[in-house]
Ligand binder design. Structure first.
Ligand SMILES: NC(=O)c1ccc[n+]([C@@H]2O[C@H](COP(=O)([O-])OP(=O)(O)OC[C@H]3O[C@@H](n4cnc5c(N)ncnc54)[C@H](OP(=O)(O)O)[C@@H]3O)[C@@H](O)[C@H]2O)c1
Length: 428
């Protein structure tokens, strides 16, 4: 007997699965206690089927999802097509047909995961998606299993390889955002429409999933504010370096007294912080907790073999649970009432870059505006921009999201000042 799998899609990740099943066959057999067999593979059309067969892929390719859904011998459906539709419909139908499901689709899980998880629970089926966050880094199962005794207080992550590659070029080699994006596209890291990667949307999807596993709270994607890297200028990068920081796109999820808060934003990281040395396309998740303290999980957040490794681990776990007779258990059992933090409770230090005219009294006026919101400065730098303007850089002491919104409004209302950028600064 073998456990039969139906693959949906045969792109980058899916085509890495046969490699592992072949190269690691005896360990996988021992772990799953049964042979894993790719019984059918769904592809888009006949042309794709012919192309894949001609390229030497010896699988039973089908072009109609019903060929998989109606095949009672298939126990596990592995969705690796990406995007929301038709993935959402196919997964729903697979669960309704009594099949366990594995997916790596963070977009779908972050936006419609609640319904799919509930359906799987209702049907007593497994729905696993380790590869959806940081590809090859086994972070979800680590949070769900190894950290059950611990209380997580904050998760910080470099969660998007494309934007991290670009930031590394911008920081280490002084490239502009535009040049870094062109290189990322030339190397195949960034898609022709890079919005999800560079605007922090992809990282925000992952923050939604991390909030469930780390904090037991199911926040909605719309509740995660996201700011991308497109507004970062070489001036911001240079001043960060001068002050001992590295800028990275960081996803953060933290619990405050009033609830949970998640966001993705360019962040000044002290050079000594472990996340500051996560470069190129690598990912890392930095977990702060009351038991372990600080721990970091580092590795490839994407790529065929790393991601397929996480997917196959999910398949093995399901196969094993089928054998053990306890397959209906949810991937993540930590669940409590979701409470969103009051902005007044969410605090951080901030970087402000402001242009002003190089006239007497402007600095005093600026200090008054910050002072009116009870915000004090940790560091101030005044740089001459050109003949008549000055660029002022301020690193503040801790302030809340409420103070941040108020001071931003005041600064933009005054014609004396041009607010160029505001980024989070992580304390030492
Ligand atoms: N690549 C990574 O490193 C990585 C890392 C973590 C998570 N993931 C996730 O893993 C999933 C797969 O990613 P990938 O990089 O392997 O994507 P990919 O290379 O684009 O592969 C997806 C494949 O599915 C096919 N497909 C799309 N719609 C289909 C349909 N209706 N029926 C049959 N086939 C269909 C696509 O065909 P066409 O090309 O013709 O559209 C493509 O061949 C995504 O959810 C992604 O977010 C990927």
């Amino acid at each position: 007997m073998s456990i039969k799998i139906g693959l949906l899609g045969f792109g980058t990740v899916a085509s890495g699965i046969p490699f592992l099943l072949h190269e690691n066959s005896s360990k996988i057999l021992d772990a799953s206690r049964d042979q894993l067999e790719i019984a059918k593979v769904l592809v888009k059309d006949e042309e794709e089927k012919e192309r894949l067969l001609a390229a030497g892929n010896n699988f039973n390719f089908v072009t109609n999802i019903d060929d998989i859904l109606q095949d009672e011998s298939i126990a596990i459906v592995v969705e690796l097509m990406g995007r929301i539709e038709p993935a959402r419909t196919f997964i729903t139908k697979a669960l309704e047909a009594g099949k366990h499901v594995v997916s790596a689709n963070k977009d779908l899980i972050a936006t419609h995961g609640k319904d799919l998880i509930a359906l799987a629970q209702d049907k007593g089926l497994a729905f696993y998606y380790e590869a959806a966050v940081a590809g090859g880094i086994p972070i979800l199962r680590t949070l769900a299993n190894s950290l059950t005794s611990d209380k997580v207080t904050r998760i910080l992550g470099v969660l998007n390889g494309t934007s991290n590659f670009m930031m590394t070029k911008m920081v280490d080699e002084g490239w502009t955002y535009e040049a870094a994006l062109a290189e990322a596209q030339a190397l195949g890291y960034a898609e022709s429409d890079p919005t999800n990667d560079v605007e922090g949307i992809d990282a925000a999807y992952k923050a939604v999933i991390l909030s469930q596993f780390g904090f037991g709270m199911a926040i909605d994607f719309e509740q995660v504010s996201h700011q991308g890297i497109s507004s970062i200028t070489p001036d911001d990068v240079a001043v960060a370096q001068q002050l001992g920081y590295v800028i990275k796109l960081v996803g953060s999820v933290e619990e405050t007294a009033s609830g949970i808060f998640a966001e993705v934003s360019p962040t000044f990281l002290p050079k000594s912080h472990p996340l500051a040395s996560v470069n190129d396309v690598m990912n890392a998740v930095f977990v702060e907790s009351i038991g372990i303290g600080e721990s970091m999980y580092y590795g490839p957040g994407a790529g065929q073999k790393p991601t397929a490794t996480s997917v196959v681990a999910d398949i093995i776990r399901i196969a094993r649970r089928i054998k053990d007779g306890n397959v209906g258990k949810p991937f993540n059992e930590f669940s409590r009432e979701t409470k969103i933090a009051d902005p007044a409770d969410v605090t951080s230090n901030y970087y402000f870059a402001i242009n002003t005219s190089d006239e007497k009294g402007k600095m005093l006026r600026l200090a008054e505006i910050f002072n009116s919101e009870d915000i004090s400065f940790e560091q101030v730098l005044q740089q001459k921009a050109n003949g008549t303007t000055a660029r002022v850089v301020i690193i503040t002491h801790e302030l809340s999201k409420t103070q941040l919104a108020n001071v931003t409004e005041k600064l933009t209302a005054v014609s004396d000042f041009e607010l160029l950028n505001t980024f989070k600064v992580l304390g030492e």
